[in-house]
Design a protein around this ligand. Structure first.
Ligand code: BV8
Length: 251
């Protein structure tokens, strides 16, 4: 992260009419939420096929619920960081700024983003397997929670592997990827489809691409600017540069 690259990112942000931020688990790492594929990531210690597929839930719902109860309880102890606050400022202050997230932790909403496009659902939602009922919040629902409307089993309100993403959210996400002038890809390994294709679609449609990720990903190969640094301090630095150039940005 150099002054020149920060200034360049701020200038691109100020000049763009439509900007999309697309975030993954790395966005929340500095809030203490574990990522999935880093050295200490969730999938290093838990087998995806035992916890994050419909088949796993059908096979052993209590085992799957125990894992999600643990993750939900952890969320009660974390807070959005300054990078989440910067993105919330940009969404609220810039009509053309949109947020797409793969994250299920709800931290963007807690930071003040009213309209995040959430592709993979939310940990703080449980939904009924048989009717439209949903239960919001992080309360402990117990080992094998049931729907108060119809008595059927509740499941975590996230998208598992092999499940389709919410159609409206997915359609809106790709519409924005095709029409934005700048996409900021923040904290994602770029491996989970179809979310990982958003960056390619944006690039192919002519958008500039900024990646914020200390690691190297498939997206790094075609990003116009790659900040190999943590997103919290990088977003704060870009926001400070934006304020110097265009006080209206994000205000
Ligand atoms: C589907 C929710 C249709 C649950 C998750 C092609 C097209 C369509 C589908 C597929 C396809 N190819 C393969 C598939 C199947 C599959 C898939 O993509 N598999 C991959 C792994 C090969 N996709 C699906 O099944 C999707 N469904 O497409 O429906 C369909 C229907 C039927 C049959 C087939 C297809 C559903 C995908 C959603 C799965 N749900 N989680 C839960 O959380 O419990 S996935 C999980 O991965 C999370 O949602 C997470 O958001 C997502 C992506 O991970 P990342 O966010 O990128 O996190 P990761 O740990 O990987 O990386 C973190 C990054 O942060 C790292 O790069 C690190 O360097 C960086 N970082 C670390 N610290 C920081 C940082 N960056 C910045 N600052 C820091 N401080």
């Amino acid at each position: 992260m150099t002054t020149e690259t920060i200034e360049r990112a701020a200038a691109w942000l100020a000049a763009a009419r439509c900007v999309v931020a697309s975030t993954g688990a790395g966005m929340s790492a500095e809030s203490g939420v574990p990522t999935f594929r880093d050295e200490a990531g969730l999938w290093k210690n838990f087998n995806v096929d035992d916890y994050a597929t419909p088949q796993a839930f059908a096979r052993d719902p209590q085992k799957v619920w125990a894992w999600y109860r643990w993750r939900r309880s952890n969320l009660a102890n974390v807070q959005p960081h300054a990078g989440h606050a910067v993105i919330a400022d940009w969404v609220r202050g810039h009509a053309g700024f949109h947020l797409i997230t793969q994250n299920v932790d709800g931290l963007h909403e807690r930071a003040g983003v009213p309209s995040a496009i959430e592709l993979h659902g939310r940990l703080d939602v449980a939904r009924c397997t048989a009717c439209p009922a949903r239960v919001k919040g992080l309360s402990d629902l117990g080992e094998d929670p049931r729907c108060t409307q119809c008595g059927a089993r509740l499941r975590p309100g996230v998208v598992w592997f092999g499940e389709s993403l919410p159609a409206d959210a997915l359609q809106r996400a790709f519409e924005l990827a095709r029409s934005c002038e700048l996409m900021m890809v923040i904290g994602t390994s770029g491996t989970v489809q179809p979310a990982a294709s958003l960056a390619t679609v944006a690039k192919n449609a002519g958008a500039r691409l900024i990646e914020i990720n200390p690691g190297h990903t498939p997206i790094s190969n075609f990003a116009d600017l790659h900040f190999q640094s943590g997103c919290r301090d990088t977003l704060v630095a870009i926001d400070e540069a934006c304020r110097r150039h265009a006080p209206a940005m994000g205000r």
